[in-house]
Design a protein around this ligand. Structure first.
Ligand code: FAD
Length: 456
């Protein structure tokens, strides 16, 4: 099926997969190029993942971090935004297949830019996902918001102290930036925002546990900053458990193996998984048709010009690409996408593809918030923590949020939360609070009917 509304064109066809940092920046950088761009993504929005944890903990709304891609690109006439999940790439025929509600669409390309990002990795234990959602999408963040606030609601109605304790225990697996931010915010939600809002339970007695198999908090930021983040979290009441390997996750809690081999059980209704990433399966589809290798996380080892070996017109950028010295961070995707778009533009003007300058990454540093007024930051060799780092974090995140209205709305939400006690997005719908249980019940009923049929 072709794309309705698309005008056939003999212009150079650029297909971009993904509307994240890589996909969006590639499209925008090609704004003035004489090309016909099709940007295909499986969500209608451009997601600012670094603030997902604030959606999950009720600080900001999903609209503030996920503006519609087609509205962002409204004025870019050379670009058509298409909703669909890419299921196949044919490097020989130079086509991309995408599916929307059962229909498959085939899109031809001259240049392909693949920026489909990464999903959560459960290191081969995908069944953990049901009980410990990750933090990769708006759906994940809203699901977690429903689970976190729903646990407090259920605890208020429970007369069983053991069940209450389970409901008021929150475990975050993975002490990287996302885990640190989530644990800090759940603790502040319980201690600050919800304090005094219940009659039967005391929300400030909620137990928040951050655990990791590694021996340190925030390992990529170094020992000093990791220790500072750990101290701040402990002051907030977060229990940090390091060298703790999760061996099982179920409805009621998690099982953990300690370094001395002992096995512990933590009863907890709410679990959050922020322990690992796995690149889009499109990487394997590319590797299977080329000489490209993929690593254990599914990332494609691209050439110095970010192209797939043997396919100078196919590029992989962002979290899907394996490039020495380029981290799986927003800047890696943004800079890679801009570099590729510049190559396309200069080669359309006659530059020789064989003479490409290699991609070079400029490290702008990294930071993570721990709680309100406290963050850690590393820029080159300079490391700093506390209020100044937090202000720098606020400023930088505002700069990279897309859209003026989004920035204003986010500033207002931050003022409400950080200067007062309130959070403007504590709504959970009935569907979020109960639908999951209802679906499980329906599945159980369906399974029973099947069993009965088989037995009769
Ligand atoms: C919770 C969290 C916090 C983070 N915090 C920070 C931070 O503070 N600082 C920082 O620098 N980085 C941070 N990152 C990392 C950063 O967000 C990523 O490195 C960056 O988003 C990578 O950009 P990308 O374009 O490669 O992928 P993404 O931004 O993930 O975009 C992938 C796009 O591809 C689409 N897609 C995926 N599969 C398909 C398919 N089959 N068909 C069609 N479309 C598809 C998706 O819908 C999405 O639009 C964070 C990540 C997470 C998850």
């Amino acid at each position: 099926m072709t794309h309705p509304g698309a005008t056939p064109s003999d212009k150079h066809k650029v297909v971009i997969i993904g509307s994240g940092f890589g996909g969006l920046n590639a499209a925008q950088k090609l704004k003035r190029a004489d090309v016909d761009i099709k940007l295909i993504a499986k969500t209608t929005h451009h997601l600012f993942q670094p603030l997902l944890y604030q959606v999950a903990t009720g600080i900001i709304s999903e609209g503030e971090i996920a503006p519609p891609t087609r509205v962002i690109l409204r004025k870019q006439e050379n670009c058509q935004v298409l909703l669909g999940e890419v299921t196949n790439i044919d490097l020989t025929d130079k086509t991309v297949d995408s599916i929307l509600l059962g229909h498959t669409y085939r899109t031809p390309y001259d240049t392909l830019i693949v920026a489909a990002g990464a999903g959560q990795s459960y290191f081969g234990n995908d069944h953990f996902a049901e009980w410990a959602p990750g933090m990769k999408t708006i759906d994940d963040a809203l699901e977690l918001r429903g689970r976190i606030l729903g646990a407090f609601e259920q605890a208020e109605r429970s007369s069983d102290p053991v069940r209450r304790e389970k409901l008021l225990t929150f475990v975050v697996v993975g002490a990287g930036p996302t885990g640190v931010e989530m644990a800090g915010q759940i603790a502040e939600l319980a201690d600050h925002t919800l304090r005094g809002a219940f009659r039967h339970i005391d929300s400030t007695r909620a137990r928040v546990i951050l655990l990791d198999a590694a021996p340190a908090v925030l390992p990529p930021m170094g020992e000093k900053l990791g220790k500072k983040a750990q101290d701040r979290l402990e002051k907030l009441g977060v229990e940090i458990q390091l060298n703790a390997m999760v061996t099982d996750v179920d409805r009621n809690g998690i099982t953990v193996k300690r370094p001395d081999g002992t096995i512990d059980r933590i009863e907890a209704a709410t679990k959050v998984w922020s322990a690992g990433v796995s690149a889009s399966p499109l990487g394997k589809i590319i590797a299977d048709q080329s000489d490209a290798e993929i690593d254990r996380a599914g990332r494609v080892k691209v050439g110095p010009d970010l192209s797939v070996p043997g396919h100078p017109n196919v590029f992989v950028v962002g979290d899907m690409a394996l490039v020495d010295g380029v981290p799986g961070m927003a800047q890696g995707a943004i800079q890679g996408a801009k570099y590729v778009a510049n190559l396309v533009k200069s080669e359309l003007k006659g530059a020789d593809p064989a003479a490409r300058e290699p991609f070079s990454y400029f490290d702008k540093g990294s930071m993570a918030t721990v709680s309100r007024f406290s963050a850690v930051a590393k820029i080159g060799r300079i490391e700093f923590a506390g209020f100044i780092a937090w202000l720098a974090w606020l400023f930088l995140h505002l700069v990279y949020l897309v859209g003026f209205k989004t920035k204003v709305a986010t500033i207002l939400s931050w003022i409400t939360t950080f200067l007062g006690r309130g959070r403007s997005q504590l709504t959970i719908t009935e569907q979020q609070a109960y639908a999951r249980t209802r679906i499980e019940q329906l599945e159980e009923i369906a399974a029973t009917v099947e069993d009965e049929k088989a037995a009769s």
